[in-house]
Design a protein around this ligand. Sequence first.
Ligand code: PLP
Ligand code: CA
Length: 308
Amino acid sequence: STTVLSKAEKLQVPGFLVNNVDIFIFDCDGVIWRGDSIIPGIPQVITQLRAQGKRLFFVTNNSTKSRAGYQSKFTSLGLDVQPEEIFSSSFAAAAYLEQTKFKDTGKKVYIIGEKGISEELDLVGIPWLGGEGDKGKEPNMGSGGKVEVDHDVGAVVVGFDRHISYYKLQYAQLCLNELPGCEFIATNTDRITHLTEAQEWAGGGTMVAAVSGCTGREPTLVGKPAPLMIDYIAEKYGISDRSRICMVGDRLDTDIAFGRNNGLKTCLTLSGVTSEDELLERMPRKKGTEGIQPDVYVDTINDFFADD
Ligand code: PLP
Ligand code: CA
């Protein structure tokens, strides 16, 4: 017998999804905004969902900002979002280290990444080095040259870093290969990202793969699709029935996999990186997205409600 994989269905009846969901978890880029521009109609959708008593969370894999940084972004785009509603992969890295009692070891974190990660580590009182502080550094590669690492580094956190350098890679390599028990944590492994509308850009997975390349190690992933952020939300807010939560995102391999793997309803929006042809497999899927299907899909989340 042949198994026919069911394809996602487009949301036909506005209100159907909203009536069957109490909590929405929104991915940010490609759902709420694209780069620095709000997607038209979104503030009204958010207002309408809140008016209906829905609980909302916003979860992004972009580690370059802290939750406070994202709150400023929401505000600048005209959206009223509370800090407790925001979860970023930079926060997830700090939350992972808190959960695993890293602070009790008295060790420090070496950061490849931007200020979102260091800001979140500051909030939980974990000492760090690297990050923005190592911008522009070059290793001494003359005869006998070496990079000296701090022997108190107990974890390397790798996120998206527009100033990644050979110095930082060598530092991370020495920590992970030579310091006993040093952990390797990745905020996210998105291959491609959308920094501008003009083209695709190498994503956070680039930096993680560079560190894997020189260590042969696989990281502990804390961003989507890993369960950390949904488990954190469920525990903090006492949510036990995940069937009334819907994960809404534009990426199959992060957002929709995150929802599916963790017992949530899933909705893909075509307002971001996934085209309808790719979703319905009328053209080849991007690597790593094969076979992943949402429960439903929409053009934008404006489709949750009927036009006035
Ligand atoms: N990482 C970086 C560096 C990005 O610029 C983006 C999107 O702009 C992402 C990750 C993905 O973010 P999200 O999970 O909000 O789609
Ligand atoms: Ca996205």
